[in-house]
Design a protein around this ligand. Structure first.
Ligand SMILES: [Zn+2]
Ligand SMILES: [Zn+2]
Length: 880
């Protein structure tokens, strides 16, 4: 009975655990803190910083079974998967590691011991390679392990030298090969692991990190060399289960069985369908693990790789005759198969399968349309005898229908057609340029095209009806300049996540505020908006660390602010019902604003709402609050909702399915907002303002719960302070103020009397300044500042006293002159007051006019008053 892959994995880990290794759980497929790498592609990736010395652990030896993805950036890379024995996207790498601890002798001896003793592979079925210059490794294999010299091959740098990067740790490798036996297609007498005939299967690579390479290429020996090894679980399983194809191991058995069951296609019946079944099996593994590690389908980066793989699998499902979402069920089988080794898959099962299903549905929707277009283009290309499809057509399929390029290529291959790859790249670049141009300049509107792109890639599920916290993933970051991969402390940023408890502003309710935290940074969210479709953006600022796309994130809504919005929103619904009950059904909603601190409701009504009506409205609402009626939420069709009497905002767009919120039998509205669990949560509702905002539209402002209480307190304080100032109890305030007003009235009357007495005294003095101009008594006088009314009263008094004559008074302040001129009735036939004052006013830089017996004027130049007097004097002289 051969070992199962589970047994192989655990035997490997146990073997090294017994030799002092810490068994370390697999790291994520998304490399943490390594933006240079799309996916974890080897067992050593999670230990990179330990090897370079930037990080230390409390162990020096480790062993792991690491999830890995290898998909190169080139679009034709997936082609081989499913068609060959050993090409995979997702695989597991078994590895043992020494961080400056043991070195070559132990690494080599243990590898040999595990394979030949634990796994009982006959030594004669194994061969090894060493680096051309690595005499030490060759000597260990030959003299210490006892591998015959003819089973040791020296290889060059391309095969047997490893480096972490252009600089840093590097060193020779030694590879262990399994010998499947002489292949009929190979005639070489000296067939060894360097031969490509298929006889030799590389199962284990031992890397000896012994140097550090600097920028000039110089190698310096590391004081404490390290070991990094990697053995593909799929390969060693094939060897131990004695099957040539990895797909025939037990790793794929359950997954392929599910794929066969769903498609009704048996393996072995049709070689082309076998390819499709294997593609589905391989891709389902990649898809399940990628989504479980937080990657979601999109048109960029990791998300695009996932989308390509997922859609390619869906397309092969179609080739198998399955024309409905099915891959999510295969992914479910993957979780069943892998749950023991990767228990983190289990709690994410529903998440993974629902995301796979959603993407499959989206793809199937566009597939038929896209296929129609593609078939048409293929027909045209064939008619024109083109060897390939134009690149811009392939781009259109990619851009409009979400056809990953390798999918199109796959389909074209069936028609013996290629495609114009440079043409595709050109079309792609052109679009990028357009997008970049659109983002130039700044301001939100420039990000508009990006929002619609994001909205087609992502819809953020709203979890905030039931909780204020959620774990999610950062799908995209939007800065003023456009989409970015990361943001640092101080940056203003918009965050798009997979699912969110934050309510995005709509239906009058403002967006939630709160905090988003990732493992490396924190964002204060100041607003939440829905700029396009179902896309939700969290606007805020990175306040510490930095954040990256694809990170996990914890979202926490500010509970106090949300609580306020909830109270005011539910209060708005009750107010709406009460208004209709008190004012009649014509009091319909015209607008509404719900914030954490207050509510505002605009409605149709022709007259101001009276105090009595407002009291009735408040009483009704607060009665309903006291009844503590629970909120009941139902989903139904828009038509059913309206038939059930639900209130809807006129002119508002609603989808086919609507959310109907009811409280008791008194409130039923179409509403997507967040609400109190029961009316009692509102606490209290108090109207604080009633005004008109337009003809036939009134506005009520109101507060609920603690905000109403707070308002009450503020007013109470004001009242108390007033009472203090007036030195009277609050209860007597009204009488006290009435009395004060009374007193003020009599004081004003007294003051008026005094003023008039003062005026007549002043007029008496002035009367002595009368001069005769010709036969006319004339009084020209400057007085201190006085109001226009005072001046007029004085002119009247003086005119009466003179009985016959002309009076001109000029009151000056710093930069203004006020003139008042009166003519007694007996003289108005000779001098018109209006005429005289016009000329006088001109002298002081102003204008004026009036009747024939009295006129007033203003001017700007007090220094010219004497000139004005002279003009009037001359004028009277001239006439008399
Ligand atoms: Zn050969
Ligand atoms: Zn509402």
């Amino acid at each position: 009975m051969p070992l199962s892959s589970r047994e192989i994995r655990s035997a490997f880990l146990r073997f090294f655990e017994e030799r002092g290794h810490r068994v370390v759980a697999s790291g994520s497929l998304v490399p943490e803190g390594d933006p240079t790498l799309l996916f974890t592609n080897a067992g050593m990736v999670p230990f990179k910083r330990v090897f370079t010395g930037e990080e230390t652990r409390d162990y020096k030896r480790a062993a792991s079974s690491q999830k890995c993805m290898r998909v190169s950036g080139k679009h034709n890379d997936l082609e081989n998967v499913g068609r060959t024995a050993r090409h995979h996207t997702f695989f597991e790498m078994l590895g043992n590691f020494s961080f400056g601890d043991y070195f070559k002798p132990e690494a080599i001896a243990w590898a040999w011991e595990l394979l030949t003793q634990q796994f009982a592979i006959p030594a004669e079925r194994l061969a090894v390679t060493v680096f051309r210059e690595d005499d030490e490794a060759e000597r260990i294999w030959r003299d210490e392990v006892g591998v015959p010299a003819n089973r040791i091959t020296r290889m060059g740098e391309a095969d047997n030298f490893w480096a972490m990067g252009d600089t840093g740790p590097c060193g020779p490798c030694s590879e262990i090969y399994y010998d499947w036996g002489k292949q009929p297609n190979c005639a070489k007498a000296d067939c060894d692991p360097s031969c490509e005939c298929g006889r030799w299967l590389e199962i284990w690579n031992l890397v000896f990190m012994q140097w550090s390479r600097d920028a000039s290429g110089t190698l310096t020996p590391l004081p404490r060399p390290s070991i990094d090894t990697g053995m593909g679980l799929e390969r060693i399983s094939a060897v131990l289960q004695d099957v040539y194809w990895n797909y025939e191991t037990d790793i794929f058995r359950g997954i392929l069985a599910r794929a066969q069951e769903l498609s009704g296609v048996r393996l072995g019946a049709d070689p082309m369908k076998d390819v499709s079944l294997r593609v589905v099996a391989d891709h389902a593994r990649a898809v399940a693990f990628l989504i479980a590690d937080g990657v979601l389908p999109s048109n960029e980066g990791r998300g695009y790789v996932l989308r390509r793989i997922l859609r390619r699998a869906a397309r092969h499902g179609v080739l198998l005759g399955i024309e409905r979402p099915f891959l999510y069920e295969v992914a479910d089988a993957v979780i069943d198969e892998m749950r023991d080794a990767y228990p983190e898959l289990v709690p994410r099962r529903d998440y993974v399968t629902s995301r796979v299903r959603r993407e499959e549905e989206r793809f199937l929707e566009t597939l038929s349309k896209g296929l129609g277009l593609l078939e048409e283009e293929v027909r045209k290309a064939k008619a024109a005898q083109l060897p390939m499809l134009p690149g811009d057509v392939v781009f259109r399929l990619y851009d409009t229908f979400g056809f990953p390029v390798d999918l199109t290529e796959d389909i074209l291959a069936g028609h013996q057609l290629g495609f114009d790859s440079p043409g595709f790249d050109a079309a792609m670049n052109e679009q990028r340029e357009r997008a970049r141009a659109a983002w130039k300049g700044s301001g939100q509107e420039a990000v508009g095209p990006l929002y619609s792109q994001l909205a087609s890639d992502f819809e953020s599920a709203f979890l905030g009806y039931h909780g204020l916290r959620a774990d999610s993933h950062v799908l995209a970051l939007v800065a003023k300049s456009g989409a970015v991969q990361s943001a640092r402390a101080g940056d203003a940023i918009e965050v798009v996540v997979e699912q969110t408890p934050f309510y995005a502003e709509s239906g009058g309710q403002v967006g939630d505020r709160g905090v988003i935290e990732t493992p490396t940074g924190r964002i204060d969210v100041e607003d939440t908006q829905r700029p396009a479709g179902a896309l939700v953006v969290h606007r805020g600022k990175v306040v510490s660390g930095e954040i990256h796309v694809d990170q996990t994130a914890q979202l926490v809504v500010d509970a106090t602010l949300r609580g306020g919005s909830v109270r005011h929103h539910s209060g708005t619904h009750l107010l709406h019902s009460a208004l209709r009950e008190v004012l009649g059904p014509n009091a319909t909603q015209r607008g509404s604003l719900v914030t954490p601190a207050r509510l505002r409701f605009d409605f149709s009504h022709d007259a101001p709402v009276t105090r009595i009506e407002l009291d009735q409205i408040e009483d009704l609402v607060n009665g309903w609050i006291e009844a503590n009626a629970p909120a009941v939420v139902e989903e139904m069709s828009h038509r059913d909702a309206i038939a059930a009497g639900a209130l809807a905002m006129f002119g508002e767009k609603y989808g086919d399915r609507v959310r109907v919120l009811s409280f008791g039998d008194f409130s039923k509205e179409l509403c997507g907002g967040t609400h109190a669990r029961a009316t009692g949560d509102i606490g209290l509702l108090k109207v604080v303002g009633e005004t008109g905002v337009a003809s036939g539209v009134r506005r009520i402002e109101a507060l609920t719960g603690p905000d109403a209480l707070q308002r009450w307190r503020v007013q109470e304080r004001a009242l108390e302070r007033t009472a203090e100032l007036l030195r009277t109890p609050v209860g007597d305030l009204e009488a006290r103020v009435e009395k004060l007003l009374e007193e003020r009235k009599s004081l004003e009357a007294e003051l008026a009397l005094l003023r008039s007495a003062q005026r007549s005294a002043a007029s008496g003095d002035l009367a002595s300044q009368v001069e005769m101009v010709g036969d006319v008594p004339v009084l020209l006088a400057k007085i201190d500042s006085a109001s226009g009314d005072d001046l007029r009263a004085m002119v009247d008094t003086l005119r009466a006293r003179l009985q016959s004559g002309v009076v001109l008074l000029a009151a000056a302040t710093d930069d203004r002159v006020t003139l008042a001129l009166g003519v007694t009735p007996d003289l108005t036939s000779r001098f018109k007051a209006g005429d005289l004052i016009r000329e006088a006013a001109a002298a002081v830089g102003g204008k004026g006019g009036g009747r024939s017996d009295f006129a007033q004027a203003g001017g700007r130049d007090p220094s010219k008053i004497d000139e004005a007097f002279a003009i009037v004097r001359a004028r009277i002289q001239g006439v008399s």
